[in-house]
Ligand binder design. Structure first.
Ligand code: PGA
Length: 253
């Protein structure tokens, strides 16, 4: 069954006090207000993970990590590995966010390894794809997405592809206040589903959750989530405000 998911990517935000306030507000509001079956995920910086888990205990809210390394362990100062995350009971891991593709020079080959690593340790990867403004203006967005999907995911078994979440995040819409229109987003979401169907099967493609990310706010979420191939969102800025984040969760059909 295709799952509807709203995940809040806190990025590099969240002092201890901020984390406690935001996580407890989200957990409480979630309990009182969110009853549409959407899976809600909070993704704080690594150091906040256990605190968010502590506050989310007993609720249905899941917790994720913003990254993982391709190796299990070793001399990689400042990094975090999938087995470490798994041992802490983390549910999801974002892989290939455009900010990591850009600032950490992560490419599809490395990201394919990280996705495999997440699966080996039973974490659900949220694999991000998206074109830059330049790529869209040159009309290369379809090609870029196809390459990110095929190089990043097509090594996966049929079992593992079904346990992978994909997020389409046009780089030009992230943190800019500029959202893809619902039709622009739907066009890419349906392309992604089509690529999965061609490589695996229509049945598998129909089961996969494809999230939209890029300036999703309470006032545009319902419209985006009404599209047939948009199965929720990956939320940056608006996930730092509990009211906005919960309103976005409630906008899922
Ligand atoms: P934004 O970020 O909602 O602030 O645009 C989305 C993301 O980067 O996941």
């Amino acid at each position: 069954m295709r799952k509807y998911i709203v995940a809040g990517n806190w990025k590099m935000n969240g002092t201890l006090a901020d984390t406690q306030k935001l996580a407890s507000e989200v957990v409480n509001m979630h309990k009182d207000e969110v009853n549409n079956g959407v899976e809600v995920v909070m993704i704080p910086p690594y150091i906040g993970i256990t605190e968010v888990q502590r506050l989310a205990k007993g609720s249905e809210v899941k917790v994720g990590s913003q990254n993982c390394h391709k190796e299990d362990s070793g001399a990689y100062t400042g990094e975090i590995s999938a087995p470490i995350l798994a041992s802490y009971g983390v549910d999801y891991v974002i892989i290939g966010h455009s900010e990591r593709r850009e600032y950490q020079s992560e490419d599809n080959t490395l990201l394919a390894q990280k996705v495999g690593q997440a699966h080996r340790h039973h974490l659900t990867p949220i694999y991000c794809v998206g074109e830059t403004l330049e790529e869209r203006e040159e009309n290369r967005h379809f090609e870029v997405i196809e390459q990110q999907i095929s190089e990043g995911l097509f090594h996966l078994s049929t079992d593992n592809i079904q346990r992978t979440v994909i997020a389409y995040e046009p780089v030009w819409a992230i943190g800019t206040g500029k959202t893809a229109s619902k039709d622009e987003a739907q066009e890419i979401h349906s392309l992604i589903r089509d690529l999965i169907a061609r490589r695996y099967s229509q049945h598998i493609a129909d089961e996969i959750s494809i999230l939209y990310g890029g300036s999703v706010k309470p006032n545009n979420a319902a419209e985006l989530f009404s599209m047939p191939d948009i199965d929720g969102g990956l939320i940056g800025g608006a996930s730092l405000n509990s009211r906005d984040f919960i309103d976005i969760c409630k906008a899922v059909k």
